[in-house]
Design a protein. Structure first.
Length: 495
């Protein structure tokens, strides 16, 4: 065989290895097993660890290093992760985590994420089996929410992006596909409606869409935290009379602040009466329909035109796994499908396939989010997930009862699902306004439980969002005991 030296081509010495695969697969296998065992050990012993702890400056300094030029042994890189990253995470997988609304993930989901990383599939389109896995999830979500056969869906980063996409779909439905090229300049002002309790990503979606957040009418909420239907209808009629174009109403299947579920049947009625796209933000609670004890709260969700939710919250899928379900997949194509020479389709071969997700959402480069979702649903089944949700809600109701029994505590909002908002007010009701913020900070520092801080009707509130399947009664007791202990400290009461 003619060598490179004899070929007449330039030669500067030994050929350089360009593949990034290992020279020693057995050594990699051994290290990989060690990394997996370390993570399983970590998950198995979670309750023994703090929910959260501040990272020392020495750990942070390691991540202010120059760009690596030469290689580092995988074992050494893993050691940095094990010692300097793993102990200082956000804590959402811990049973004592009750801050914000974040799922706990599972070991099964972690393993599925490893498989997806190894396959490294791009789910923008083409004819390969990962696409079929995502289509399976779409069919399952159709079944879960009793959507018609015309329905479609797509995985996205989360409900923030799904709500944004839903605004674009509603805009295209009202104005036609031409809005994609012509823009909004010649149209009457589009206006939409949502509760004052709607998630902050919704007004941001209007900003990103070019419609503008001022065109989102914030409708007052009633005492239960639901959108006021009568006030909504008055707002729609007023906008019509003033020459605006109402096009979208957004309901919440679990408001992020208190967990309230809007009257979805009434919202469907408003949408039908005034020709509005009816979208539901179900990030917090929509998957609660899988729980027999909770399903009645979501009556009417099957009638919405689009539904955004997260498998990575109550579905316990590792981050990220947001999803948008749409009543008619043709609306997705109208909003996103486009032609490009480099995306030419074929009747067969890898460029075949009759469903390319890039025609149904904004992303061409898309990870295999569907696999960890598929593994989670197949491995545990929806009954077990529903039971976990029921347990979360039972803990929330028990926490609310305990709050009402304690003279120094006050419940600040009804408990509809799994969120409890309460405050330390002191035995005489004279605790200083900022005491609850300090209590939350100190609870985080102690590392046993981690609620978050919010405001309900202008009052600072300790907010316990019980989303993790690992949370138990002992964690609820630790929260109450911690709040009472810290609240009674004289230095806090005098702040």
């Amino acid at each position: 065989m003619l060598s490179l030296q004899d070929s007449g081509l330039p030669w500067d010495g030994p050929l350089q290895r360009t593949s990034l695969d290992p020279d020693d697969w057995q050594a990699l296998r051994k290290q990989g097993h060690q990394m997996l065992d370390d993570m399983l050990d970590y998950l198995e012993t979670l309750p023994e660890k703090p929910v959260w702890q501040p990272a020392p400056s020495s750990a942070r300094a390691l991540f202010d290093a120059p760009l690596p030029v030469e290689p580092t042994d995988l074992a050494d890189v893993h050691a940095i992760f094990r010692d300097r990253v793993l102990p200082y995470g956000s804590g959402n997988i811990h049973p004592g985590f009750m801050g914000w609304v974040q799922g706990g993930g599972t070991a099964t989901g972690m393993l599925a994420e490893m498989l997806a990383g190894g396959l490294n599939a791009n789910l923008g389109g083409r004819d390969h089996m990962p696409i079929e896995v995502e289509r399976q999830i779409i069919r399952w979500t159709q079944q879960i929410y009793s959507f018609p056969d015309t329905a479609g869906g797509v995985f996205l980063t989360g409900t923030s992006q799904a709500n944004f996409v839903a605004v674009l779909l509603a805009r295209s439905r009202k104005l036609g596909a031409g809005v994609r090229t012509q823009g909004l300049s010649n149209e009457p002002r589009l206006v939409a409606y949502a509760s004052t309790e709607v998630h902050g990503c919704v007004p941001r979606a209007f900003e990103m869409s070019g419609i503008g957040s001022d065109q989102l009418r914030r409708i007052p909420a009633n005492a239960a935290g639901q959108i006021d239907i009568a006030a909504l209808e008055r707002a729609v009629i007023r906008d019509w009379k003033e020459g605006h174009t109402p096009f979208l109403v957004i309901g919440s299947a679990g408001t992020v602040n208190t967990g309230a579920v809007d009257d979805l049947i009434a919202l469907r009625g408003i949408a039908d009466a005034y020709d509005l796209h009816f979208h539901v933000d179900g990030a917090l609670g929509a998957l609660g329909i899988l729980c027999d004890d909770l399903a009645h709260l979501f009556t009417g969700i099957e009638s919405c035109d689009s539904l955004a939710f997260d498998f990575h919250k109550w579905g316990q899928v590792p981050y990220d796994a947001g999803f948008l379900l749409v009543r008619d997949s043709a609306w997705q194509r109208q909003t996103f499908a486009s032609e490009a020479a480099y995306l030419s389709r074929a009747s067969s071969g890898l460029a075949g396939g009759d469903w390319w997700p890039c025609d149904y959402g904004p992303d061409l480069s898309r990870g295999f989010r569907a696999l960890k979702t598929w593994f989670t649903l197949k491995t545990y089944g929806v009954k077990a997930l529903g039971n976990s949700m029921a347990a979360n809600c039972a803990l929330a109701r028990g926490l609310a009862r305990r709050v009402e029994q304690e003279p120094a505590l006050r419940l600040l909002a009804p408990v509809a699902l799994n969120i409890v908002c309460f405050a330390y007010v002191g035995l005489a009701g004279d605790a200083p306004p900022d005491v609850n913020a300090r209590i939350v900070e100190l609870l985080h520092a102690e590392g046993c439980v981690a609620p978050s801080l919010t405001h309900v009707n202008g009052q600072a509130a300790i907010r316990a969002a019980i989303v993790n399947h690992r949370t138990r009664q002992a964690d609820i007791d630790a929260l109450i005991n911690g709040v009472l202990k810290l609240g009674s400290r004289q230095d806090l009461l005098q702040c």
